[in-house]
Design a protein around this ligand. Structure first.
Ligand SMILES: [Zn+2]
Length: 526
């Protein structure tokens, strides 16, 4: 009871972001001839509407919005209906608000392998690193490609046609007469030399040369991987959900020395590529499951610089149902989702009044965040709807409806900002100025510290933009006792704070979309 009273008084002390007496001051778009006051549009973002939407979006009906599940489909339909009713179109064309994100649940497969009728067991002699569907094949020749290296100055594939064939390769990288590695002329390990990295380099080399199967001998890696693969197989563990790979055409087996020597008796000494006559049978039952999921996209085209894109994002998914309990994810990330819907409405109202944004704005609701930032990664890595080089910034919202109980000092009316100064000093300054002018929320940079052990900068969808040198701001309230628990429900959201934070994002977006110059990237990483 006491707690409730305290919150009640604290609530009274908050000035609503941008609708206070400041609304008559001039806009900070100093470079612009025509100054439009955004406060009128910001005031359409209200606690009441946010509450109404969130009680629906984070209700039990949506079953925790697990990626690919029924509840997530309901969520995307809800978002689409909202944009249709606002009259905000999709960039994908009429009525198509969904960017398909193909996913798969990989599980460990067992292979039956016979060489000249001798049988080699899964997890003892061979493991399946990946398979393209079910495999059932018999071959009379295998192309031995030595180390399987395919670099600019040295290639084991030179003069070989391995298209559609099975290639056999061994671990390691040869050295030149001076004892340096052949691909770099240096004594330091290269991406071909050993370990995981050489594995993926050699996989890419086999793919590039059109092989259909790579059989790879790495005794050391095999002895590390095989027990883990066996355990996972015994547990019948479904692997993590991942983006469906583009490398589907290649099947890859890792083998031990015993099997390697059976295929090619002098494999450990022989470095020369050659064709090997053998009788090889491989059968793999692939149990991976295909999952369909989607990002939701809506778009307001800029009036002056339509090709420059500001992305405002939040993830639409959450954890679903576990052990019979629904994880509603009201704060994570229902709060960011409904904030975007309100921000979109505010921009749409401005547009209707003849004050549409000068740059374009993409409202991006991404799927699969809880599974590893999959939807945002699909957007940036596989299918950016707009070129990344034309994307001027990403404002990402993930959890802005609660307060962090660990915050002992400072204002209740706060938000953590992460990333704002990492790529663009300009963006950071814009964000600060906008807040001072309209909102006066306490901007807390605790988690922006490079040494912060939580590493939040890497843990939400903005990171996929940041890694492409697109400046980002991540808006976040911190974790709390209900974080990733069934108790993250809409009744616990502090709607006045949610309103203020959503307005802050709106004002920041307004400034980025309308100012003369896009934020300068002065701290790009390579
Ligand atoms: Zn989240």
């Amino acid at each position: 009871m006491k707690k409730i009273v305290l919150i009640f008084f604290a609530t009274l002390l908050i000035t609503n972001c941008g609708t206070s007496s400041k609304s008559n001051t001039t806009s900070i778009q100093m470079n612009e001839a025509k100054v439009v006051d955004p406060t009128k549009y910001a005031s359409t973002i209200t606690a009441g509407e946010l509450r109404e939407m969130l009680y629906k979006y984070a209700s039990n009906e949506f079953e925790g919005r697990d990626t690919g599940a029924k509840g997530q489909k309901m969520a995307v339909d809800y978002l689409k209906a909202h944009y249709v009713s606002l009259g905000i179109p999709s960039p994908l064309g009429k009525d198509d608000y969904f960017q398909e994100v193909p996913l798969e649940k990989q599980s460990i497969s067992k292979a039956k392998v016979f060489v000249n009728d001798e049988s080699f067991q899964s997890f003892e002699d061979q493991i399946v690193l990946r398979s393209s569907g079910n495999v059932d094949m018999i071959a009379n020749d295998v192309v031995y490609v030595g180390y399987g290296i395919h670099a600019e100055n040295y290639s084991d594939y030179e003069g070989l046609d391995v298209r559609g064939k099975i290639v056999l390769a061994r671990a390691g990288e040869p050295k030149d007469a001076d004892g340096n590695y052949i691909t770099t002329g240096s004594a330091e390990d290269t991406k071909w030399t050993n370990g995981r990295q050489s594995l993926s380099s050699k996989r890419d080399a086999a793919l590039e040369n059109g092989a259909k199967m790579l059989i790879y001998l790495d005794n050391e890696l095999f002895s590390r991987y095989a027990p883990y693969f066996k355990r996972q197989f015994m547990l019948d563990a479904m692997g993590r959900l991942s983006l469906k790979s583009n490398n589907d055409d290649l099947t890859m087996l890792m083998i031990n020395e015993k099997l390697g020597k059976t295929l090619h008796s002098s494999i450990l000494e022989d470095e020369k590529p050659k064709e090997i006559k053998t009788n090889l049978k491989v059968a793999i039952e692939n149990k991976s499951e295909q999952i369909s999921s989607e990002n939701v996209v809506a778009f307001i085209e800029g009036s002056d610089k339509p090709n420059e894109i500001l992305v405002i994002s939040a993830h639409l998914d959450h954890e679903g149902i576990k052990n019979g309990e629904i994880y509603n994810g009201a704060d994570d990330d229902g709060s960011g989702t409904v904030a975007i819907l309100e921000i979109a409405e505010a921009f749409r109202e401005a547009e209707k009044a003849g004050h549409g944004p000068k740059r374009s704005i993409l409202f991006l609701h991404v799927t699969g965040e809880e599974k590893g930032l999959l939807g945002s990664r699909y957007y940036t890595d596989n299918d950016p709807i707009f070129p990344l080089e034309d994307t001027v910034a990403n404002l990402n919202i993930d959890m802005i409806g609660r307060t962090d109980p660990k915050r002992k000092e400072g204002d209740r009316n706060y938000v953590y900002l992460i990333g704002s100064d990492k790529l663009s000093t300009d963006l950071h300054n814009i964000s600060e100025e906008v807040n001072k002018k309209y909102c006066n929320i306490e901007l807390d940079y605790t988690f922006n510290d490079d040494n912060d052990p939580n590493r939040f900068y890497y843990r939400s969808d903005h990171y996929n933009f940041a890694k492409n040198n697109i400046p980002v701001i991540f808006y976040f309230n911190g974790t709390h006792d209900d974080y990733h628990r069934p108790s993250d429900t809409p009744d616990k959201i502090e709607y006045d704070l949610l309103e203020n934070r959503a307005r802050l994002v709106f004002y920041t977006a307004w400034e980025i979309a309308n100012r003369a110059n896009k934020p300068v990237v002065d701290k790009a990483t390579e």
